[in-house]
Each structure stands twice: as C-alpha cells, then as structure tokens.
Ligand binder design. Sequence first.
Ligand SMILES: [Zn+2]
Length: 116
Amino acid sequence: MRVFDPEPICCGVCRREATGIGFAPKGGKPILWLCEAPECISLGKDVFHMVPKTLTATEALALQDAGAEAGAYLERLGKFSLADLTEKEWGNFLTTILNSYGENMRKRVTAAVAPF
Ligand SMILES: [Zn+2]
C-alpha cells in the first residue's frame, strides 16, 4: 500500500523514517516521502507510479524475504521458540526483519521496473 503522509513520516519504499525528500509529479500532491537512502530516492518515482496490485505483491514478497532472513537468524542461534530469545536476540530478530524488508523492497522494485 502506497503511503502518502501529509508530512514526512515513513519512506514510501522501505518504510524507514522519511526525511524531507519526496517524489511528487511536477511538484504536485500527493507526495511520496522517502528516506535518505540513495536507492529509495531513485526508486521513489517508480513506486509512485507502480500499479497498486504490483506494489502490494512486491511488498508481500519483500516481507517473505525478511521472514526468511529472520528465520535464518533463529537457525543460526539454534532457537526455534521466540520465548527462548534473550532481549538482545529479540532486538536482533526484529532489526533483521526491518532492515531486510527495506533491502528487499529496493531489490524487488528495481527488478520490477528494470527495462528488460
Ligand atoms: Zn527508504
């Protein structure tokens, strides 16, 4: 789902904190706010114009990627119940999901709009 916050809150690509940078067609509204990652800045226009169904599917795949990476983290720990995680491991688990989602959104949006 495309996020059009009235002011910068979430990056329209990776969902991390948005800054004052955004994409809007010819300076109009709505504005798709973006974070400071150069890839998000360059992908803002593509996400803005992406067909909603394609964007939703891309987000779902990026979330699956993030889940797989978080699962791999648990496998490395040898822990398979979230209740067994220490506070630090729980933090790492959540950070893995958050960062992986953003990275995979950038990868998948790039792949989806590649001109070939
Ligand atoms: Zn971003």
